[in-house]
Ligand binder design. Structure first.
Ligand SMILES: Nc1ncnc2c1ncn2[C@@H]1O[C@H](COP(=O)(O)OP(=O)(O)OP(=O)(O)O)[C@@H](O)[C@H]1O
Length: 601
């Protein structure tokens, strides 16, 4: 466990480590303050037990003389006030330290989740297409919370309590080394024995919490995301049963981890009562039954015990909670390492002109081979295609033939294993890739609608105050959204997405097309962008897109050949290869597969 905590410490930024070290100073201060409070009560109780101590030449008597108090009772009163003052100061220091520790722990947890969100948001498309968003959400929300609540916070509390416990033990050692030795052996031995007994169980429960939590997130994402299929196939019981079983195991593992950290307290209290009885008997025997001399000692022991026992309990509880949640750190370890080098400050959105790379001659895929996994067959095999600037190019082929993969390569979202993407003869790399992507307008097969207004969905990702109204209206008009907007009382302000109105597939696609047109991109890439539109609307939208012919470079995938009929050239794909290309008429004339596709479209 110590190795894991050390690793977590190494993963902190320089500033976070410095803050942690400065907090250690406060922790030591808190421990001293608490000890001072305990030690101060000893002499006070000595005077209460035997006021005659203020006579003679002892330390207390000298203090009484120096104070100038008019009577022993007045001196006692002011001593009481002083002890209260010290206790109040100790309480204030403790409160401040606990406050800072708590803030630090939770801010650190928040920063870890920012770091992970930042890291995942910067991952390439392949990372996201291969993974699950539910898993990422779980890591950012739940596992980060576990690291905050069940690793960092207990660690902070444990640090503070170790300081207090050590000082208290020191006080007892100074008073009576034998009592200290017996007490420390008794309690430390008991807690160590307990910890060794429950350690393996805590590990197992930690793993169960991680696994069931991940499963719960997955079931929620799948259940709600595919609710239509679930309702139709009457599979709710399958989802509910799996969720119920995962939740029950999760609740049990969490409960047991907490119980294992808290419940032993009562057994330890029993040990403590036994120890107090033993101590009283021992003190009575060693001081020949004189209660007056025992009382001050006993009050210091009592107060030290009063601080020490909860401190020991807190240390044990912290250690067991941390042990039971180390799995959260295991789940995030690799991602935290990977995100260490990245900038964590939120990048500012550059509203100035962005560099663009507008093709003047052609965009080309040159002998491109690509596979999704090293062991899988190539999704694209030695593909070469040329898209002359300001022309409209269609890409057709059977499902799974590699059209979307080719589009992802053209978008610069994935990089070829062999061959290259060239714009005007120059390979696309480094800053040219960003500039190229700035010049693209893309309409995917499935349009993601944010839970926001139609306006915000068209200017997707921009803060509302930066949205250009005129551009939104122009894009909406070109995508033939007007006929939808006039039926909506709130027009562009109408909320869509999860909590908004439900749109048809075609209406969603038109929002997607308007989104691609918002930036007035020089290159438009449409992946089955009009598949859900009715014939008439599709024709209107395609006419609007073909109006750009000669002005913009347009690449479109379509299953319906009518959609690509007007294209300047059509590339046909089959099993990851380009098998033919030409105009619609040429292909209909010579290619039998194309003829079949034309007959069935
Ligand atoms: N993220 C991915 N991970 C692994 N394999 C993938 C991934 N995406 C696509 N593939 C595989 O690559 C091949 C080409 O898929 P692609 O989506 O490019 O075909 P497509 O022609 O666009 O199909 P469709 O018309 O059905 O959209 C398929 O065999 C597919 O299984």
């Amino acid at each position: 466990m110590l190795g894991n905590l050390k690793e977590l410490y190494c993963l902190l930024t320089g500033q976070q480590r410095r803050q942690l070290l400065s907090l250690q100073v406060l922790v030591v201060l808190m421990a001293f303050a608490e000890v001072a409070g305990v030690v101060a009560i000893g002499p006070f109780m000595a005077m209460v037990g035997d006021i005659s101590r203020l006579q003679g030449d002892g330390l207390l008597a000298q203090a009484y003389l120096l104070s100038g108090a008019s009577s022993p009772n007045q001196f006692l009163f002011w001593c009481g006030i002083a002890v209260l003052g010290i206790l109040a100061l100790a309480a204030a220091v403790s409160m401040y330290t606990v406050w800072r520790l708590s803030l630090y722990g939770h801010q650190l947890g928040a920063e870890l989740s920012i770091r992970l969100y930042n890291h995942y948001m910067r991952q390439p498309w392949l990372f996201h297409s291969a993974g699950s968003s539910a898993d990422l959400t779980n890591k950012i929300v739940q596992e980060c919370n576990r690291i905050t609540d069940a690793l960092i916070s207990p660690l902070m509390q444990m640090n503070a309590k170790i300081g207090v416990a050590l000082c208290m033990i020191l006080v007892i050692v100074l008073l009576n080394p034998l009592v200290a030795l017996v007490g420390v052996c008794l309690f430390l031995g008991a807690y160590l024995l307990l910890y060794r007994t429950v350690r393996q169980r805590l590990d197992d429960h930690g793993d169960t919490i991680s696994a069931t939590q991940q499963l719960r997130f997955k079931l929620m994402a799948e259940g709600f995301g595919g609710i239509k299929d679930v309702l139709l196939t009457d599979r709710q019981p399958v989802f509910i049963n799996r969720f119920e079983s995962a939740s029950r195991r999760y609740g049990r593992a969490k409960g047991l981890t907490k119980a294992l950290s808290q419940a032993p307290r009562y057994a330890m209290e029993l040990v403590a009562y036994g120890a107090v009885i033993l101590l009283v008997l021992y003190l009575l025997a060693s001081h020949h039954g004189q209660l007056g001399t025992i009382l001050p000692l006993l009050s210091v022991y009592a107060l030290a015990g009063f601080k020490l026992l909860p401190a020991l309990q807190q240390i044990y509880a912290s250690v067991s909670i941390m042990r039971g949640n180390l799995a959260a750190f295991d789940a995030l370890r690799m991602d935290l390492y990977a995100s260490r080098e990245e900038e964590t400050a939120p990048p500012t959105l550059d509203t100035g002109p962005r560099p663009t790379l507008v093709p003047r001659q052609a965009v080309e895929l040159c002998h491109v081979t690509f596979r999704y996994r090293p062991e899988s067959a190539p999704a694209l095999h030695d593909v070469s295609l040329r898209i002359p600037a300001h022309k409209v190019i269609g890409l057709v082929g059977a499902s799974g033939s590699g059209k979307s993969t080719a589009i992802d390569l053209l978008l610069g979202l994935i990089t070829p294993e062999q061959g290259e993407l060239r714009v005007d003869g120059e390979p696309l790399a480094g800053p040219r890739r960003r500039a190229w992507q700035n010049s693209l307008g893309f309409v995917p097969q499935a349009i993601f609608l944010a839970d926001a207004s139609i306006r915000e969905n068209i200017a997707f990702g921009l803060p509302p105050e930066q949205i250009d109204e005129a551009r939104v209206r122009r894009a909406a008009r070109m995508a033939h959204l007007d006929e939808l907007l006039i039926h909506l009382p709130d027009g562009l302000e109408t909320r869509v997405g999860e909590r908004g109105i439900q749109l048809s597939g075609g209406q969603r696609q038109r929002i997607g097309i308007a989104r691609a047109l918002y930036d007035d991109a020089e290159v438009l890439i449409l992946d089955e962008a009009t598949s859900a539109l009715d014939g008439i609307t599709e024709k209107l939208v395609m006419d609007a897109i073909h109006d750009f012919s000669g002005k913009k470079t347009i690449i479109m995938i379509a299953h319906r050949l009518a959609t690509v009929r007007q294209c300047d050239a059509i590339y046909m794909m089959e099993a990851g290869r380009i098998v033919d290309h030409g105009t619609y008429d040429e292909l209909v004339e010579r290619n039998s597969t194309f003829q079949r596709m034309a007959r069935h479209s």
